[in-house]
Design a protein around this ligand. Structure first.
Ligand SMILES: [Zn+2]
Length: 512
């Protein structure tokens, strides 16, 4: 509860506002009236085969949380180009343009500022190069979606590294437009990476000794990151007119963010260990950071060679920071991308060795040793899987009936839908809900259950609104002082309460 009490004023303040709204607008506040839900379900069935009408329906549908969202992957290429212009950066005139530092005079690069007006052709080429727009896999040219996807990050890194505030702002903007109330965003402050660069030499393979050598530097790192985040959030608030302490009910300012510091798995072991330690220490120290993650292509040679070592590192550091949860990318692989042996153990080790509470992707689950046993364990222990349908299609070519979404659901594993890198992939969460409906046969109540699950499995602090199943806790059968007091202590329950009210409003507005 001490942790909950330290959450941002934005989260904590929502409880009071929402309770006040409920007292005035709903006397009995029943949870999701059956008739309204049934009407919404019928409307969904009526429009599911009409793309435009399905978009209209699902865009307005409340979606809870986007639990797998990367801060650098959320902005669209057009956002990066605009910020590059603001910052005086340049765009190369190559076939696949990159954003690079100034000065922009000289051959091979031009100012990013006003590029769309001055050279629309180059601008459009840059948008394509900074995303998967207009990308077509070409076996003859060895051009894969995987390579195009991951190479974009290097092409916009020069601007992304200095624009945390704007990136936070657009993450909130896109979430609000999508009716997403909560986003878990994988994000590293620059000081955290600096800690890993400086500290990697302290690692010698002995976890305990390496921890002892690195620990003295943690408080200074935490303080630097705190300042970076303060500045970034202030900048995001300034851009969107958000006022801390005055929570909004809708729009970008109402979107709650939880950040996940992450480990770069393609780096050498010393770097990984130091960065992992920094990630755990940050989540422990600063409530804006809610859980630890691991990124970089899982098929990278270093990622593959050191996979089990990384899982043991997680287990060791989780022992020192037992309250810090982990959501780990695992099983973002498929046959042909790596040798078959590498498909057999990644998800299992993330669950059993590292102790991950959520799995990101989990695409190769059917290739795991004792796959059925692993699925049963995930179902039993409530280890959720974050499904990213478009990302899996673009990067791995896994889609439709080849995707394990149905397998997870059949096994009873908690499943949530998320975007991964919505800007790079040129999508939004509504698009992913649409894919789940049209490509995987999910219906309205399935999607609604996933939206609710997204808040159950979020790394939000505090008690759940739900006691058993979808029965509210004793304090919150309806709005009132007891419920208000309960919600004020729990950012999780506050988000869940808000989602229920949003569902009521959404379903009430559905036309038959
Ligand atoms: Zn991801």
């Amino acid at each position: 509860m001490a942790r909950a009490a330290r959450m941002t004023a934005q989260i904590a303040g929502l409880a009071g506002l929402i309770c006040t709204l409920m007292v005035s607008t709903a006397q009995a506040a029943p949870a999701a009236p059956v008739s309204a839900e049934a009407r919404a379900a019928a409307r969904f069935d009526a429009v599911v085969h009409d793309g435009a009408q399905l978009r209209q329906f699902l865009q307005a549908m409340p979606k809870g949380g986007d639990l797998h969202n990367h801060l650098w992957g959320a902005p669209y290429a057009e956002d990066f180009l605009a910020w590059a212009g603001d910052d005086g950066l340049c765009v190369t005139t190559t076939a696949r343009p990159s954003i690079v530092p100034g000065p922009c005079e000289g051959p091979g690069k031009v100012p990013a500022r006003d590029l769309g007006r001055k050279d629309p052709g180059l601008y459009n080429r840059a948008v394509d190069a900074l995303s998967v727009r207009n990308f077509t896999p070409d076996p003859a040219a060895a051009a894969s979606g995987h390579d195009q996807f991951f190479s974009t990050f290097g092409r916009f890194a020069a601007v992304a590294v200095g624009t945390m505030g704007p990136m936070i702002a657009v993450t909130r903007e896109y979430a609000a437009q999508d009716h997403v109330g909560y986003v878990e965003s994988s994000a590293n402050a620059n000081a955290m990476r600096a800690f890993a660069v400086a500290g990697q030499g302290a690692y010698d393979g002995d976890f305990a000794a390496s921890l002892a050598r690195l620990s003295p530097g943690l408080p200074a790192m935490v303080e630097l990151v705190r300042k970076e985040m303060d500045a970034a959030l202030t900048e995001a608030d300034r851009r969107q007119g958000c006022k801390p302490g005055a929570p909004a009910r809708s729009g970008p300012c109402a979107v709650v963010l939880g950040f996940q510091p992450f480990v770069e798995r393609a780096q050498p072991p010393g770097f990984v260990f130091a960065q992992m330690l920094a990630a755990f220490a940050l989540v422990e120290a600063d409530p804006r950071f809610v859980g630890v993650n691991i990124v970089n292509p899982e098929d990278d040679p270093i990622s593959l060679a050191d996979y089990s070592l990384h899982m043991r590192m997680f287990r060791f550091l989780a022992g020192h920071y037992p309250k810090v949860p982990m959501a780990l990318h695992a099983g973002e692989l498929t046959l042909g991308l790596v040798p078959p042996r590498d498909l057999t153990f990644h998800i299992r080790e993330a669950v059993e060795v590292a102790g991950a509470r959520r799995i990101g992707h989990g695409v190769d689950i059917a290739y795991e040793r004792d796959s059925a046993g692993l699925l049963a364990r995930m179902a039993r222990d409530r280890v959720a899987v974050e499904i990213n349908l478009t990302s899996n299609d673009v990067i791995l070519g896994v889609k439709g009936r080849d995707h394990p979404l149905a397998l997870y659901r059949k096994a009873g594993v908690p499943v949530v839908l998320s975007t991964d890198d919505e800007g790079v992939s040129r999508i939004d969460l509504t698009h992913e809900f649409m894919r789940a409906a049209t490509g995987h046969g999910l219906r309205y109540r399935d999607l609604k259950a996933m939206a609710r699950d997204s808040l159950d499995y979020a790394f939000l602090p505090g008690a759940s609104l739900w006691s058993a199943g979808r029965t509210p806790v004793a304090a919150c059968p309806s709005a009132g002082p007891a419920c208000e007091a309960f919600l004020a202590k729990s950012p999780r329950a506050t988000a869940q309460w808000r989602l229920e009210r949003d569902f009521e409003a959404f379903e009430a507005a559905v036309k038959p």
